[in-house]
Design a protein. Sequence first.
Length: 81
Amino acid sequence: MTADSKPFLRVVRGDPSPEELAALVAVLTARARAAAASRAAAGPGAPPSRWADRSRLVRAPLGGAPRPRGPGAWRASGLPR
């Protein structure tokens, strides 16, 4: 089987009616179009959303104190200031 002849969807259990399959395809198509539209509206150089921005996982220092740097910084990062 080539990549072109593979089915996009495959029913692995049950016997859905043609109406149920049509509803599933309609929902998947609508979601794909909405995702493509939001990507197009954001543009290629747009910053990622706050939810997708990985920098939010980095803990900021409390009180604006500088972060420890250099040898032993990993140890000093856990010590009280």
